[in-house]
Write a protein that binds this ligand. Sequence first.
Ligand code: CO
Length: 501
Amino acid sequence: MQDIQISKPLPADPFAPKPYSRNDWQKGYQSQPNEYSYWIDDIEGQIPPQLHGTFFRNGPGLLDINGERLHHPFDGDGMICSFAFSAGRAHFRNRLVRTEGFLEEQKAGKILYRGVFGTQKTGGWLANAFDLKIKNIANTNIIYWGGKLLALWEAAEPYRLDPHTLETLGQDHLNGVLQNGDAFAAHPRIDPSCQMDAGAPCLVNFSVKPGPSSTITIYELSAAGKLVRRHAHSIPGFAFLHDMAITPNYCIFLQNPVSFNPLPYLLGWRSAGQCIKLVPNQPSKLILIPRTGTGAVQILETEPCFVFHHANAFERGDEIVLDSVCYDSFTAIEPNTDFRDIDFEAIPAGQLWRFRLNLKDKTVSREVVESRCCEFPTLHPQNVGRAYRYLYIGAAHQPTGNAPLQAVLKLDLQTGDRQLWSAAPRGFAGEPVFVPRPGGVTEDDGWLLLLMYDAAHHRSDVVILDARDLNKEPVARLHLKHHVPYGLHGSFTPEYFGPQV
Ligand code: CO
């Protein structure tokens, strides 16, 4: 049964002109050491008066320490931006997260820690050998949950910040849920209506202890931030798991077929991330953990592929449908190369795939839903873990080939319709976040908020799109006074954390 309209992959056109210049793209990776707080007054269009709440973003704010360049943006110290919307106005604030490592390195004026993604201390491999200290850089995601604003980085505890001032309050152990040194992933999912909690919303997150066999721990927190479920499971093999999808009954992971050889890391030749290798001809594994914590973990196999992010999943009879952004292979940033020089054409592009997991006969089928290079999916929060119609995702301007994200794509999974809003040639798009319009009835009644780097003015804009129709001009474009380096993830809370007006 065909349950989804798919687009067929198109052959790449090697003669098509590039919709961007590399120099423009690279400028968005300059550090932003300044911290600001101001009302945004340079606005095209109008901020919808109904848009009320705070849009938080996280991402590397510093791409160098005192001029020493980091090897990979994922190693950059986290910087939080907040955009507080109320009564048609918006207030901006940004602050770097004062992690322990950040404070030490700023004081020393040099790189003191090895980064997971290749940044090394000065002094060559001797200075790095057997140094396994990792800096919690709190740079991947930011959520407001249980009355706390938490900056997340998947290999360590969250950092808590004051949601009004973005002042760093210190590491947070979630009221005793975490122990010192415990990890808490950067990709929590919010179940809008948990069947185990009488329909109350809950936050579902995980941590991974990778090894020859890996341990996945699931945490579920109530809206008040109280632990309602926690259970741990051992799975075979080294697990590099960045994200997870949920349904009412399951947490779903895709275990990439990778191996980890720790020797070059221990010897200081390579970073931990550079020791991860895709194992050829090995299947990817889909891991289903029952959210109740009881019952067996199921592992199904599918073709080799690499996944960072899942879009959504839902249950349908004996089947689970999982939509994920897949890559043909894992691209490690080699030592002695600079990420700013990456050759987009030489590395695989993310594409949206749909997996169908048949729980009865333990088989998996898959097909490509969107072959255009895309990453950073978002959807209506009420449809997380449920059947859904609309997906929004950052995308390349052109339908073929790998390129930086410059556009937002809306997919109608029922009709196969596509809409694309593009900031090309000089705009570069970040992750879109869907915000429902209060009182909205249809699934796409809301706004998409995203940060866009405008190379023409070397500044960033917040773009507000009407999610019902991406062919229309943006509802509003808010020009910041400066740029914000390309970020990772963020979220929206209906609570307003700007200055009192
Ligand atoms: Co992510």
